[in-house]
Unconditional design. Structure first.
Length: 120
């Protein structure tokens, strides 16, 4: 993935989350960011069956540079959830909303758009 598509700790700090305060040491910050990127790509592939992996997501960002900020927002929110929620899964409804509505990547089987949650 191109560096300009990956959120940096400096960008995260501007939004209020400095990973240096939460990582065991400063050398772990890139690992946390890479984990957030991996989860972001995987979730995008889950919600859009035309994406086959990181290269597909990168190509979509190359073709639509106006989506880079939304993709970084996605990464930020996943990392935030990794740091602050005690669950095993950092993906929540808000994460899917970013992918579906801000990135416009919620497409499964070529005709389903959007994602719907059933309240139980």
């Amino acid at each position: 993935m191109k560096k300009e598509y990956i959120i940096t700790n400096e960008e995260m700090t501007e939004k209020g989350l400095d990973l240096n305060e939460y990582a065991l040491d400063g050398t772990k910050v890139p690992a946390i960011i890479n984990r957030g990127l991996d989860i972001s790509v995987t979730r995008c592939c889950h919600l859009n069956d035309s994406f086959l992996g990181e290269k597909s997501v990168e190509k979509a960002l190359d073709e639509n540079p106006e989506l880079v900020d939304a993709f970084k927002k996605l990464q930020y929110n996943i990392i935030y959830n990794l740091v602050f929620t005690a669950t095993d899964d950092p993906v929540d409804v808000y994460i899917d909303t970013i992918i579906v509505h801000e990135l416009g990547w919620g497409k499964i089987n070529g005709f389903q758009k959007g994602i719907y949650y059933k309240n139980y």
